[in-house]
Design a protein around this ligand. Structure first.
Ligand SMILES: Nc1ncnc2c1ncn2[C@@H]1O[C@H](COP(=O)(O)OP(=O)(O)OP(=O)(O)O)[C@@H](O)[C@H]1O
Length: 258
């Protein structure tokens, strides 16, 4: 099957003072895939995500989105391109003073120029798509469960009909049933909407259940990016411990039995 790369990261370098996070990192994201990004704590998974969506300026390298070098574009074109990306941040990053409906409507008002009324109507559609009950729109973020926060954040990430969604640890803090339901939601949305998904995760169940490929960050670069079964066999001490430790084996077994 031929694959179309819609995001190409080449020679990416990120440094914060003396802390070198990425050196010469390459990665492709293919149209329609769910890519899981894993690595030890502090290996730069979130910094990579932020570099691709334009929230972190790398010291060197290229990020090509849909064939265009993001970092070389004038601000207006860059912003247009960035609107084809939706982001679900760790913790949700919802505005606490706005209702759920207003949170999801905001990007539609600010970036798509919709009236408040139209934006709120469309927000309801996105909330339903993310598996939330109709009354959820009236709630404020403080009264939501962890699973609901993730779903509202997903609805907001989907507000502008992005081609690609970036999920930063979407199942962190959810109980196993909530996490499994979220994995299924991501799979359903990818299949129904043709989304491409970049998912930073520590969740072994998500990796085996939802991901087409896994990229492992180690030693400041992508050590390997391949199908889950191939990555699990890769000869590297961190990968061996991660996939073949008790939790890794249990997650693999659960997927085999399902
Ligand atoms: N804005 C920043 N200023 C300075 N250092 C930063 C900044 N953002 C990230 N870092 C550093 O970059 C490194 C990678 O951070 P990052 O959050 O990407 O790691 P991660 O792989 O996502 O970790 P975790 O799995 O623990 O969430 C860390 O050493 C972090 O301290």
């Amino acid at each position: 099957m031929s694959r179309t790369s819609i995001i190409e990261v080449r020679g990416l370098c990120n440094r914060f003072g003396r802390n070198s996070v990425h050196e010469d990192l390459d990665l492709d994201l293919y149209r329609g895939e769910i890519l899981g990004v894993v690595g030890g704590s502090g290996t730069g998974k979130s910094v990579l995500l932020r570099s691709i969506v334009g929230l972190n300026r790398p010291v060197a390298g290229e990020v090509r989105l849909f064939g265009q070098n993001l970092l070389a574009l004038p601000a207006a074109e860059r912003s247009r391109l960035e609107q084809r990306l939706g982001v679900l941040f760790q913790g949700g990053a919802l505005f606490s003073s706005l209702t759920v409906r207003e949170n999801v409507a905001l990007p539609l008002i600010e970036h798509a120029g919709l009236s408040r009324r139209d934006a709120e109507e469309l927000a309801e559609v996105k909330l339903a798509l993310s598996g939330l009950a109709p009354h959820a729109g009236d709630l404020y973020p403080a009264s939501l469960s962890g699973g609901m926060v993730k779903r509202v954040s997903l609805a907001r990430a989907l507000a502008l009909d992005p081609d690609v969604v970036f999920l930063d640890e979407p199942t962190a803090g959810l109980d196993p049933i909530g996490a499994a339901a979220f994995d299924q939601l991501i799979l359903t949305l990818r299949n129904a909407l043709g989304l491409t998904v970049f998912m930073v995760t520590h969740d072994l169940d998500s990796l085996w259940t939802a991901c087409d490929r896994i990229a492992v960050l180690s030693q400041k670069r992508v050590l390997v990016a391949d199908e889950p079964a191939k990555v699990a066999q890769y000869d590297d001490p961190w990968i061996r411990d991660y996939f073949n430790g008790p939790r890794g084996r249990a997650a693999y077994q659960a997927v085999q039995e399902s």
